[in-house]
Each structure stands twice: as structure tokens, then as C-alpha cells.
Ligand binder design. Structure first.
Ligand code: 2P0
Length: 327
């Protein structure tokens, strides 16, 4: 049945083994496989509907977006239109549900929600794995937001991207939580897309990153299989730091770190030293995420809020698969 209006929700995800670098910038094919945790606290709701005319229209949080944003979205919608007999223009209305100033507004939940909604609107009914290959072409990290829990984005080896998709590794229903410590929520100067490109092209550390990421993903899947939280945390922390190390080797060198980032990392190591397991990771920005056991999350948040009262820590549980809210 053809629907005239569809709404979908997708949650954001934080990589424990990072995606950093593309082998194909058009198809968004990564240089390495990555693995993430989907978070229930941060998500995007997107409504799509057919409209008259030949121009797609895009509203984000109630504000009509400028042409360059619409062009990106239109390119993505085109992937679905070409698969369907329906050729209509689409109105996209997206709402990001991210706690104020958390700095986590994410292309991952955005493209996963939009793709999930378009899959239904254009009556394509692709399975989740296939949908993840479409969503990937909006933003790489969105591939993983199709599923909840621990999710692997398998890099694949084909040149057409058909085997570069997400799979669910585990429901992460064994006492897992993640904390976010917002350090600075300004828009970053170097986008992750530019940052990873510069790193691939100029950092002599990059080949070592690819090799290490390959080893880390095998080891973390073993840790998840064993429900070994300590191994999971240690691998997460080490992998994130290796990714940030590649950027210092780029030409010109760059870093997303700020002075407060270093203080937060130090404090987390201290808390761990007191016997509470917790491990940090960072993405293309100065904010810190901490993986911990869910029953310790309140205690760690209390300690962090005491040390950083202006940077309130946000606790998140495990998010579920992207889904249709209404059709
Ligand atoms: C990740 N990041 O695995 C890594 C770690 C940031 C650091 O995926 O160019 O917005 O749209 O594919 O997905 C952020 O990069 O980049 C990202 P594109 P994306 O989560």
C-alpha cells in the first residue's frame, strides 16, 4: 500500500571501534570495519510526505533549510526514487532529540531515520541490511544506526558497496550504559569528512591505523561474546586514542582536543583507579563519551558532575533498531 506520510525514528550511535577513512568517497566505502553502541537518549524523528512540484523541501527542527542542505538531502532521496516507480518530490521534516547543548546532533541518526522513512514511503520494503547500504550513502556512521545494541559495519571488499553493510552483533542487554560529558558544543572547524580525508592522504600513521582497527574489531567481538566488560572497555579506549593519534601525524597536523578534554580524561582514569570500571572514547570533537556498567552510571555521573559542574554528564542506555513511528 502506498502511504502519503511516514514517520521514522532512529537513534544515534557511538563507535567503540572507529570508522576513520574512506576507500571510496562517492559510495562511502570505509577503509576499516567499525563497531558501535546505539544510544537510546539521542535520536531523530523524521516525517516524509509527497509534495507537488519538482523540488524536495527540508525542515530541521521547524526551520526550512538553505539550498546546500536541501541538495544533500535531495541526492539521498534520489537513491530511493531511482528504485521506485514513484518520482514525486518529498517534504522532509526532521526533529533532533538531543539534550540541549550536548553537541551530539548527529548525521548518523538523521540519515538512518530518513532512510527508514523513505524505504516505506517509496514502498521499497528493503530488509534492514540492504537499507543500511542505502543509508551509508548519506553518512557512513548512519549505516550502524539501522540497528540497536552493538552493531558492526562490515567494510566489505566489493567496489560497488553491496557488501558494505551493518549487522547486529549483540543486544548489549548485559548492564551496559554510556555517559556523555559535553566539553564544547560549538560547530567544529574541521568536519569529520574533511578530517578523515586529510588523515588518509597525509598521515604516515594511517596504514598502522587500518591494521590496528582490523585487530581491534576481532578482539572486541570476542569481548562482547564473552560479556567481558573490562576487555570491551580497554579495547574501546585504546582504539579511540589510536584514531586521534593518526590526526597528529597529518599534514597539516590537527586535533579535536581542548584543555578540558584532557582534564576529563584524567578524571576518568582516577575514577577507574578507585575501582569503578569506566573507559573513554572521543569522536571528531572535544566531547568525551564513557562506556560503563549501567548499575554504576549514577555513581560515575555524580563524581563527574562534582568535578565538572558546568558540563553536566548525560547518562544513556542502549538504543534499539530504527523503526516506523507512524504510517
Ligand atoms: C565513527 N566518526 O565511527 C567515526 C569516529 C567520527 C569519528 O563516523 O563522511 O559523519 O558522513 O561518512 O559518518 C563521523 O563521520 O562521516 C564518524 P561521513 P561521518 O563514528
Amino acid at each position: 500500500m502506498k502511504h502519503s506520510r511516514v514517520t521514522a525514528r532512529a537513534h544515534t550511535n557511538i563507535a567503540l571501534i572507529k570508522y576513520w577513512g574512506k576507500r571510496d568517497t562517492t559510495l562511502f566505502l570505509p577503509m576499516n570495519s567499525s563497531l558501535s553502541l546505539t544510544l537510546d537518549e539521542f535520536y531523530t524523528d523524521t516525517t516524509v510526505s509527497f509534495i507537488d512540484g519538482d523540488q524536495d523541501v527540508f525542515f530541521l527542527n521547524g526551520v526550512e533549510q538553505p539550498l546546500e542542505e536541501c541538495v544533500k538531502i535531495s541526492k539521498f532521496i534520489e537513491l530511493f526514487r531511482t528504485q521506485s516507480s514513484i518520482k514525486s518530490a518529498v517534504l522532509v521534516e526532521s526533529h533532533n532529540h538531543v539534550p540541549t547543548a550536548a553537541g551530539l546532533a548527529s548525521s548518523a541518526s538523521a540519515f538512518a531515520a530518513l532512510g527508514t522513512a523513505l524505504n516505506e514511503l517509496f514502498v521499497l520494503r528493503m530488509d534492514k541490511q540492504t537499507l543500511s547500504t542505502f543509508v551509508r550513502q548519506g553518512s557512513g556512521s548512519a549505516t550502524r544506526s539501522i540497528y540497536g545494541g552493538f552493531v558492526e559495519w562490515q567494510m566489505g571488499i566489493e567496489t560497488d558497496g553491496s557488501d558494505s553493510y551493518a549487522i547486529k552483533v549483540d543486544d548489549a542487554d548485559w548492564n551496559i550504559a554510556m555517559l556523555t560529558i559535553p566539553v564544547n558544543t560549538r560547530k567544529k572547524e574541521i568536519s569529520s569528512r574533511e578530517g578523515m580525508k586529510l588523515t588518509v592522504e597525509t598521515s604516515p600513521f594511517y596504514p598502522a591505523w587500518v591494521e590496528q582497527a582490523g585487530q581491534d574489531i576481532k578482539a572486541i567481538k570476542q569481548a562482547i561474546n564473552n560479556q567481558d566488560f573490562i576487555a570491551l572497555g580497554e579495547l574501546t579506549e585504546a582504539n579511540g586514542m589510536k584514531m586521534h593519534g593518526t590526526m597528529l601525524g597529518a599534514n597539516p597536523p590537527f586535533s579535536y582536543w581542548e584543555p578540558l578534554t584532557v582534564k576529563v580524561l584524567q578524571r576518568i582514569r582516577e575514577i577507574r583507579g578507585q575501582g569503578i570500571p569506566c573507559y573513554y572514547t572521543m569522536d571528531a570533537g572535544p566531547n568525551v563519551k564513557v562506556i560503563c556498567q549501567a548499575d554504576k552510571a549514577d555513581e560515575i555521573k555524580k563524581l563527574l558532575d562534582q568535578s565538572f559542574p558546568d558540563n553536566t554528564t548525560i547518562i544513556s542506555g542502549v538504543g534499539k533498531d530504527a523503526y516506523l513511528l507512524s504510517v
